[in-house]
Design a protein around this ligand. Structure first.
Ligand code: CMC
Length: 428
């Protein structure tokens, strides 16, 4: 059987043979389908890009029906269970293979060296209002890095590119922690080279003054696993933004700032914060049934439920639920966890959710864990953005080196007015 798709255009009676490759047809092949010679040619219309593959990628594989997520071919469950560091996963995503001991040590040292930030960035952080949303400060500060490293625009120089990758991964935790300290009026804590990526981050966040702060190993491990789970998720909204901005060949700081802005929305990485707001609003386990009724009546959404791709379960949510048990064993359970468990129990038995294949996603429990660990609610999107930077950078690099790619420029179906004649303001 030939790997082609036969299309019969009933408007003209013409038949077309379109090649099929990797179960896809090239949208550009549709352009030959014309009614007349001056016809522009057929386009595919795909709002929200629900059924359009815009890249060929080797980074992350998802099978939404089977609940499979793999980074570079490794199942997420194996990585979350066995990998001892987020840095190792960042290497896997960006370089393409797991590092050996020497490679990992060199990679860690490169990232650690770049955790320090220019003192002017500290001043920049101090310029934000104390009650600024941390994600707003984080995005702006990441964007500002472009002014400190003008060489970053030399994106086709492999060495320069890798340096910016080290810088972005290294500085993200420091910028986030400084943002947090500024919002509380606490002195900034500088990076400590002898700690792990997540251990150093916790230290910069929660160490106060000169007093000793011992990173809790359960919290450090939990944060490492959460960072691993959030490190990449193929062509989601923010990664698509990263690739799209990167396709203009701008520097990676500008592109990461744009991707982080896309992540902040409540339908994407802002959902973990929205879940906690929702649980607070529900207030008590006894109110759960009426919330479920409101959702079924279309009056509201259940935040932390549903996913564009996963229609079976979100494998990340399974790992996170186990992690939640470990963290709550240290911190003690809280009322919101009980509400969340009841919400999940009722929803999973309800016809509305079953029919629509709505399951808890990665954000349903992550916010509860972050809160139990002492992070403030408005900081949760930042906790999503930090680990996702590795994923964004892996996709950015793949994109700009892909010979098939060009500047992203979708088409539109124009349905507006044409041929209007300008009128002076007094005549309108
Ligand atoms: N609560 C109630 N109903 C829902 C929900 C929800 N969370 N999500 C989807 N539905 C319903 C939706 O109303 C629709 O019903 P109907 O067929 O009767 O119109 C049906 O399920 C299909 O939904 P959809 O809007 O076509 O699904 P989508 O693929 O466009 O949206 C989503 C995916 C994640 C944006 C959506 O499920 C949602 O808004 N969830 C809540 C926000 C959230 O938790 N986001 C985090 C996603 S995971 C982290 C990340 O990767 O960003």
């Amino acid at each position: 059987m030939p790997d082609t798709l036969s299309i019969l255009d009933n408007r003209t009676g013409k038949k077309y043979e379109i090649p099929i490759e990797n179960d896809t047809i090239r949208a550009a092949d549709l352009r030959q389908i014309k009614v007349s010679d001056d016809d522009f040619g057929m386009l595919s219309y795909d709002p929200a890009l629900m059924n359009t593959a815009s890249v060929k990628s080797h980074i992350t594989y998802i099978d939404g029906d089977k609940g499979i997520l793999e980074y570079r071919g490794y199942p997420i469950e194996q990585l979350a269970e066995n990998s001892s560091s987020y840095s190792e996963i960042a290497y896997l995503l960006i370089v393409g293979q797991l590092p050996n001991q020497l490679q990992l040590e060199a990679w860690r040292a490169d990232i650690q060296r770049h955790t320090f930030i220019h003192e002017n960035i500290k001043k920049l952080t101090e310029g934000f209002r104390y009650d600024a949303h941390p994600m707003g400060t984080f995005i702006s500060t990441i964007a500002a890095l472009t002014t400190f490293y003008p060489e970053a625009k030399d994106i086709f120089n492999a060495e320069t590119r890798m340096k910016q990758i080290h810088r972005l991964i290294g500085k993200a935790t420091t910028i986030a922690a400084f943002t947090y300290c500024h919002s509380l009026g606490r002195p900034f804590v500088y990076p400590a080279g002898d700690l792990s990526y997540t251990g150093n981050f916790l230290n910069m966040m929660f160490k106060v003054g000169e007093s000793r702060y011992d990173v809790d190993p359960v919290f450090e491990r939990a944060l490492t696993v959460l960072f691993i789970l959030h490190a990449d998720h193929e062509q989601n909204c923010s990664t698509n933004v990263m690739r799209s901005i990167g396709s203009s060949h701008v520097d990676p700081y500008s592109a990461v700032a744009g991707a982080a802005a896309a992540l902040w929305g409540p339908l994407h990485g802002g959902a973990n914060e929205a879940v906690i707001h929702m649980l607070e609003e529900i207030g008590s386990v006894t109110n759960v049934p009426s919330i479920i009724n409101d959702v079924k009546a279309g009056k509201r959404k259940l935040m932390g439920f549903g996913h564009r791709v996963y229609k079976n379960y979100d494998p990340r949510a399974k790992v996170i639920k186990k992690l939640a048990d470990q963290v709550f064993a240290v911190t003690g359970r809280n009322r919101k966890l009980d509400i969340a468990l009841e919400l999940e129990r009722i929803a999973l038995e309800d016809e509305y959710f079953i029919k629509r294949k709505l399951y808890p996603n990665v954000d349903f429990y992550s916010g509860l864990i972050y809160e139990a660990m002492g992070f403030r609610m408005n900081f949760f999107p930042v906790l999503f953005a930090i680990p996702r930077i590795a994923g964004w950078l892996a996709h950015w690099q793949e994109h700009i080196l892909d010979q098939e790619q060009k500047i992203t420029r979708p088409r539109q179906v124009y349905l507006g007015l044409r041929g209007q004649t300008w009128q002076p303001i007094g005549k309108r």
